[in-house]
Design a protein around this ligand. Structure first.
Ligand code: NAP
Length: 256
């Protein structure tokens, strides 16, 4: 199949591109930079905030995998970005005759008051209410997640990481699950994907920095109210679905 991975240079997008290319699919990886180092994949330049480049990237494509991301935690900013991107993608897919849209989302975000999670729920709604047959795969936080947070919120030597409990999953296993979803065809909501063990994200951040040989004092950020309670409750690790096998420790040992 010809598959366009949107956000194909990101953590999940690259993993999906690697998995799809290894299975013999023709992979296009779209990002603003237009680059890719995935063997067998072709880089396409495009911008989801404007729709530039989507028409060219979409021609002859059988399925689109959306792993685009925005880092804002503001509901309005994130909703505008995620829903706007989805609307532009679906319109381009419809025009090009693409018959399968696969969206990567996050486990257990229903009813959350956290702006980013609310925006992902709105994005899921735009996909489910759209005219292109779809699959939505929800995954828990990746093993990379704590490192992504640690890279974003720094103040001198201090690294702020929210107190949070989840069952992190290897992004390579997310990539394989996205490739499975492409091959299965439109399935609506796929079974959730979570990791094999419960982990504390603050602890994951400390272990990630140590494994990278980076200095930094990780300061737990105890978010107030229902958002904080939800993050600390372990709810984000999910209850059922499919379990990945690679633990955070095994992943760290392989090298971050
Ligand atoms: N990280 C997690 O733990 C996790 C867990 C579960 C689900 N998810 C979901 O998985 C998705 C991907 O997350 P991720 O962590 O893999 O993201 P990421 O590493 O931040 O990658 C984001 C990708 O989107 C591209 N991008 C950003 N803005 C763009 C724009 N305007 N136009 C075109 N491309 C753009 C980036 O490339 P350029 O910057 O070069 O454009 C990059 O390829 C998100 O929707 C997230 O909610 C993440």
């Amino acid at each position: 199949m010809d598959v366009l991975v949107v956000g194909g240079t990101g953590a999940a997008g690259r993993a999906a591109a690697v998995a799809l290319a290894a299975r013999g699919h023709h992979v296009r990886a779209l990002s603003r930079s237009g680059t890719t180092d995935v063997p067998g994949a072709t880089g396409y330049r495009g911008d989801l905030s404007t729709g530039a480049g989507l028409k060219e990237a979409m021609t002859g494509v059988d399925a689109v995998v959306d792993t685009y991301n925005v880092t804002s935690q503001s509901y309005e900013v994130a909703r505008k970005a995620f829903v706007g991107a989805t609307e532009r993608l679906l319109a381009a897919e419809e025009a090009a005759g693409v018959r399968h849209h696969v969206l990567l989302s996050i486990v257990a975000i229903d009813g959350s008051t956290f702006g980013y999670y609310r925006a992902k729920v709105a994005q899921e709604g735009a996909v489910a209410g759209g005219s292109v047959p779809y699959t939505i795969l929800r995954a828990t936080q990746f093993h990379e997640f704590a490192g992504q947070l640690a890279d974003r919120i720094k103040l001198g030597p201090l690294v702020a990481v929210p107190s949070m409990v989840t069952r992190p999953v290897a992004v390579s296993e997310v990539g394989e699950a996205l490739a499975d979803a492409v091959e299965a065809g439109p399935s609506g909501r796929a079974p959730d994907l979570h990791g094999p063990r419960v982990e504390n994200v603050v602890d994951m951040a400390r272990r990630t920095l140590k494994a990278r040989g980076q200095r930094g004092i990780v300061v737990p950020l105890r978010l107030p109210g229902s958002i904080g309670r939800m993050m600390r409750s372990g709810q984000l690790g999910g209850t059922d679905g499919v379990a990945g096998v690679l633990t955070f420790d095994e992943w760290l040992r392989r090298g971050t």
